[in-house]
Design a protein around this ligand. Structure first.
Ligand SMILES: [Zn+2]
Ligand SMILES: [Zn+2]
Length: 303
């Protein structure tokens, strides 16, 4: 039986950052491969998918992959025009992502490959391209069962739960957790007592929803783009402060957390510092949560 693993091909948020100071963590944008017994699920198609595509094109055993997209921001789709298997006859590529219809999904992918922005379009793809209807609630890829939930990020954005039959992996690349909590607390004095009670209720609902969506994950890959200082300036931009992610993960009973979607302005040492401070939070709360930096090239063995 083929080995099962999770491989980080791109871990960066917003834009690729192939700078010397960033390469210990990695410069490519979001792309994670989950390979269970030779069945391949690809989470997002940032620049990380290019190296994955080259590896896939060079082998002969596997000729089908399923690509699930959290949303259509550039950092999550801009590797797709350079994804080698799409240009090879005999390959089958299944796409799934947010949208009202297959046409809308297709349009979202087509439009980044149109003149004057790109020399060829998706008509030049020679693989068998299959769009899974967005109304599908549950996708099966080999033994994996994949479900989505909505997260807090501009536009409609999904997080995904991948049940391998043995482990629950949750992928939330872009999400501003505890958005309402922060916003409401900041302005609380501006509301009447009655309004404050109502807002606290909504706030509690938001946190319960967040905890439910990541509950008991064996592996959680989560947006941890900002420090508390960044977050003061970038509140509402759709990304999380790592402090909130670590606390939510502890509250939700997550076993392993991978800090993901690193800010391009953070070099290797800045991300190491985020990691150290995350571990301090975990220790101060006496939690057994294990916390890692998602690094490009890191492969995690699955059960
Ligand atoms: Zn992103
Ligand atoms: Zn985004």
């Amino acid at each position: 039986m083929a080995k099962s693993y999770l491989h980080f091909w791109g871990v960066r948020g917003s834009h690729a950052s192939p700078f010397d100071s960033h390469l210990q963590v990695g410069g490519n944008t979001s792309c994670v491969e989950i390979n269970v017994n030779g069945h391949i699920l690809i989470c997002d198609a940032g620049t990380g998918i290019i190296t994955l595509g080259n590896k896939l094109a060079a082998q002969q055993n596997i000729k089908e992959v399923t690509v699930i997209l959290t949303h259509y921001h550039w950092d999550h789709i801009c590797g797709l025009p350079f994804f080698e298997p799409a240009f090879i006859p005999g390959w089958k590529i299944n796409f799934y992502g947010p949208g009202e219809s297959i046409q809308e999904m297709k349009q979202n992918l087509d439009s980044q490959m149109q003149a004057p922005y790109f020399p060829i379009n998706t008509e030049n793809w020679m693989a068998n391209i299959n769009y899974i209807p967005p109304s599908t609630k549950k996708i099966r890829v080999g033994d994996m069962v994949v479900k989505h939930h909505c997260v807090h990020h501009p536009g409609i954005t999904y997080g995904y739960t991948v049940d391998t039959g043995k482990q629950k992996i949750i992928y939330v690349s872009d999400n501003e957790c505890q958005f309402l909590d922060k916003s409401i607390k900041m302005k609380m004095t501006e509301f009447s007592e009655e309004e404050q009670t109502f807002l606290k209720e909504i706030n509690r609902g938001e946190y319960e929803y967040e905890l439910k969506s990541i509950k008991d994950a064996d592996i959680l890959i989560h947006d941890s783009q900002y420090t508390p200082e960044d977050y003061e300036i970038k509140r509402g931009w759709g990304h999380s402060c790592y402090v909130d992610v670590v606390n939510s993960s502890i509250d939700a009973g997550v076993k392993q957390l991978y800090l993901f979607h690193h800010d391009p302005s953070n070099d290797d040492s800045a991300i190491e510092e985020i990691h150290e401070k995350s571990i301090n939070i975990i220790q101060s709360r006496n939690s057994s949560l294990k916390c890692f930096i998602a690094r490009e090239g890191l492969e995690v063995e699955l059960n």
